[in-house]
Structures are given as structure tokens and as C-alpha cells.
Ligand binder design. Sequence first.
Ligand code: PEP
Ligand code: MN
Length: 368
Amino acid sequence: MANKKLDIIPLYDWGMFTEPRPSVVAGPCSAESEEQVMETARGLKELGINVYRAGIWKPRTHPGSFEGAGSPGLKWLQKAKKEYGLKIATEVASEKHVFECLKFGVDLVWLGARTTANPFLVQEIADALKDTDIPVLVKNPVNPDLDLWIGALERLNRAGIKKLGVIHRGFSTFEKIQYRNDPQWQVAIELRSRHPELPFFVDPSHMAGCKDFIQEISQRSLDLGFEGLMIESHCNPSVALSDAKQQLTPAELSDLLYKQIKVRDADSDAKEWKENIDQLRAKIDIIDENILYTLGSRMKISRQIGEYKKNNNIAILQTSRWDAVLAKVVAKGKEYGLPENFITDVFNAIHEASVEAQNEIISGKSSK
Ligand code: PEP
Ligand code: MN
């Protein structure tokens, strides 16, 4: 489905981010006290951060947890802005939050994952932001619903917000996984291809849920060509009132940004690179053709089997046969250096399509 282009002002014209990548928004999960806000701001300013985040109103899963400092916290952010020349950013989840932010000179706001999932709130926020020039970043909704995410962007854009971007922070899962939130990169990649005009941030802190995975997620997001990172950083993470496990000290953030992650060029005009990459891509195109031809041939035979099963009154699915095929291809795939889950996914998809084709034949829906 093609989406209508959003009317977006490019990221580097927002007056707060400059090249090279990554553009960074950093700061504590929550503003906790004036001292913590100022101390963290000082550390981050020293390492060249220009856009400072801190949650003022915190959407907590359970009641009784620290729910943010509320409006008094905005005064601390304002002080950090004045003292260190930082742009300040916070999450808004209601019209009231927006008005408070405008009153205290907040420079950028973002919508949290729980808010993006709620069109009523998104509309309320869009209406409150009408006729302002404030940049807005929209986190993905908690569930992997791309249309819901795009719908939120459309609501804001229709309200005249043109300094608009997204933050990918992963999706909630019921199963326990390695990360706090499941990246499902394909959702972000799909959004990127439908709306290449949107600036793209990744939030490795909320995706990871602990310090250990922040580097690999940040690298991945740079390798995907995304423009920015939103990272939680706290002057003393171990005593943080929210998200203690995932926050980096400013010194750790400095290591991450300047020593650990590598920014690779999206493309190059060098002649040798062009020639080599063109040759390699031509090879890939031929292989893709072959894959399609092979899949088509396989499907033809699968349909013949369908006819044969129909004529002999045999059921479509023989699970033991499929288990044996899968085991064989997984073993063979290993010889070719192909990961088991990749082979399982590919062959299950092929099998599903075959079963469907045979089902059409047996039920008489297909004449092929
Ligand atoms: C946050 O950025 O502090 C936050 C609450 O994030 P999310 O909406 O991604 O959970
Ligand atoms: Mn947080």
C-alpha cells in the first residue's frame, strides 16, 4: 500500500541536530531532582550532547511506582537549558502536558509508546500543538501495528506539525525475550520504505532494557541508515528511580558514541566501489531470478501432487513427511552456513503456500 507523503521539514533544518550521524537525544529516564537533572546535564554537555531528554510524567505499569516529578521538573530542565545551552525534550501524553511544556520552553516533545497506541490522546495532543513550531518524535505503539503508528503521524502532520520524526523502541511481548522489547526491525524498515521523508531515531535503551545490548542495537540502527539515537543516561544509574538497569553514565555514553559504534557510509561515489558493488548486485539479481524460477517449479510439482492426492482421496497434510523434509533441509542448510531459524522460516513459508495451493485444488477452487 502506497502512503501519501507526509509534509516534513528535514531533520537538519530543525535547528537542533547537525550531521554527521547519529543525532543524539540523551538524558535520564526521569527528572528526579534538580541536582540529578543538572549533574547529568553537565556530564552530557561535556561530551557534546545538544538535546537533553528527561521524563517529567512517567507512564508506569504498576501504581505506586515513581510517576515523575511533574511540572516542577520542567523548572529543572529549564535551568539546564539556560546554564548549558541544551535543547530540552520530554514526553507528552495529554493536552495538559503540552501546555505545560510550551509554558516552560521545552524544545522538543515525544509521544510514548503507550500514547501512540491511543488515537484519542494523539488527536488531543495534535490539537494542543496546532500552530506551534515544536518538533515532535513519535515512538512506535506498544504493539507492532504499523498503521496505528502512521495514523499518529498523520494526525500530527494534519495539525501542521512538520518537524516530525519517529522513534523505534521495539514492541511488547508476552514471552520473555532477550531484550525488553522486541525490535521487529521489519516494521521499522517497512515504515522507512513507506515514508522515507521521516527522520528516524532508535531508542536502544527501552529496546534493550539493560546496558548490555545498547551497543549492538545502536550499531544495528546506524547500519540500517537511521539518523538518530535516543539514549537514557543518568549521573548515577544505580539509584535511578526508573529504568535503573538500562541507563548509562555520561562516561559510558561517551565510550559508546566515540569508541564503540561505527558509522558506515550509506553509499559511496568511489569508482572501484561502484564497479564492485554493481557486479555483486548483478550476481544477486541473477540468483534471485533463479530462486523465483525454482520456487515456481516447486509449486508446479506441488500442484501435481495436489491433483494426485485428490484423485486418490488422500488428505493434504502429512505432518511426518513435512517434519522429515524440514529436518533434512535444516541439516543441509547448516552445510551451506545457513542458520536453522532462517531455513525453518523459509521452508515453513514455502510449505504453507504449497498446502494452500493443494487445498484450492482439493476443494475445487482451482482449475490449475
Ligand atoms: C521513555 O522514553 O522514558 C519511555 C517511557 O519510553 P516508552 O514510551 O518507549 O516506553
Ligand atoms: Mn525509561
